[in-house]
Design a protein around this ligand. Structure first.
Ligand SMILES: Cc1cc2nc3c(=O)[nH]c(=O)nc-3n(C[C@H](O)[C@H](O)[C@H](O)COP(=O)(O)O)c2cc1C
Length: 366
């Protein structure tokens, strides 16, 4: 199966094409509960584990590397690689995505935000370089820049949010500038040989939102700027429901077309996401050239042993994610991550270890 073929991204060799998507855990950073949760997913066989978003306000601080080193080492002992995602203030209550120092900010004074000054923009960008150095110091194999889901690089790129007319807004190229400057700041800090992954929003479900043709232009510029891999996701939705983690009513593989549309325009590997829950679908995405890597979020919450089961020919034992979004709903509060179908989530540390191919379970989920 192509799923189990290795791939190398700027020197980072992955044993297979299965990547665990970044997902906030709301567990204490790098402590025993979070470590056990990630170790279980690494043991399950994913080639790359993407550690969730960490704000540059935290990641740029002294001590960040030391906090996460034991977790990174524990994941490495299971044979997986691990990246760390950088964002701005994602951890801050009231759990909005575009807060900086406790205040809601953005490119322009829309949607209740205050417009960032040029000095503040440069200050935010400058925090990414030292954060990325700390990520590398912690032993992470790659750094990921979160530029999707309504985070600052995403709202700077979106015409719906960016009404500026300066170097950070105006035409499509100036709307890219915030994201591109972050890449430059990271690249300069970590050097040429460290892998940078950029998570981009290729489409939004709202008027004046990001369009695929604009996203293609952005992808090409990101590649030119030295990004080694693109993770193609979505931006926010105008409708009050979870568009980022599409619920069970959405078809499997619902956002694969975004990766597939961007991919022919770049040479770097592209990650596809969006309810890629079955082995058949994952394999077909790779075989049909729609993506180079399969990014799986909730499915690996629900059954971290998905990769090991597929590899061992035990796919019938996979516990399938139903897209109930219990995990995503609870994440809006201060409760640690959990899953309605997999009671081990968040309790791995106190429930004892399971074997490489996971517990005997079967079924298609509720
Ligand atoms: C609980 C939860 C937390 C998430 N946290 C992040 C995050 O920190 N960074 C990110 O880029 N995406 C985050 N996401 C989105 C996922 O990475 C993924 O794009 C989304 O769930 C769709 O993939 P899936 O259908 O395989 O779950 C989160 C999703 C969930 C359910």
């Amino acid at each position: 199966m192509k799923l189990f073929s290795p791939i190398t991204i700027n020197g980072m060799r992955l044993e297979n094409r299965i990547v665990m998507a970044p997902m906030l855990t709301r567990m204490p950073l790098g402590e025993v509960q979070e470590t056990a949760y990630f170790v279980e997913r690494a043991r399950g066989g994913a080639g790359l584990i993407m550690f969730h978003a960490v704000s540059v306000e935290i990641a740029s601080q002294p001590g960040f590397a030391e906090t996460l080193q034991p977790l990174v080492e524990a994941v490495h002992r299971e044979g997986a690689k691990i990246s760390c995602q950088l964002s701005v203030s994602i951890h801050r209550p009231p759990h909005k995505r575009d807060y900086f120092r406790g205040e809601r900010v953005g490119p322009s004074a829309v949607a209740g935000r205050r417009e960032l000054t040029l000095a503040e923009i440069r200050e935010i960008i400058a925090m990414y370089g030292p954060s990325a150095v700390n990520v590398r110091e912690a032993g992470f194999d790659a750094v990921e820049i979160h530029g999707a889901h309504g985070l600052p690089p995403c709202i700077f790129f979106s015409p719906a949010d960016n009404r500026r007319d300066d170097e950070y807004g105006g035409d499509v190229y100036r709307r890219m500038r915030f994201g591109l400057d972050i890449v430059a700041s990271v690249r300069q800090a970590v050097g040429r040989d460290y892998p940078i992954i950029y998570r981009m929003a290729a489409e939004e479900e709202r008027p004046d939102g990001i369009t695929l043709p604009d996203a293609i232009l952005f992808a090409k510029e990101l590649e030119k700027a030295g990004v080694d891999c693109l993770s193609v996701s979505v931006g926010p939705s105008a409708r009050p429901r979870n568009f980022i983690s599409p619920p069970g009513a959405y078809p499997l593989g619902c956002y694969v077309y975004l990766a597939a549309t961007v991919k022919p325009h770049v040479k770097v590997p592209v990650m596809a996401v969006g309810r890629i829950n079955t082995p058949e679908l994952a394999e077909s995405v790779l075989a049909e050239g729609k993506g180079d890597l399969i990014l799986m979020g909730r499915q690996l919450l629900c059954d971290p042993f998905w990769p090991a089961k597929v590899k061992a020919g035990r796919a019938s034992e996979i516990l399938y994610c139903s897209g109930c979004n219990h995990c995503a709903t609870l994440y809006r509060g201060d409760v640690p991550l959990l899953c309605r179908l997999n009671k081990r989530v968040g309790h791995e540390w106190e429930m004892g270890e399971v074997t490489k191919t996971g517990p005997e379970r079967s079924g298609r989920g509720a």
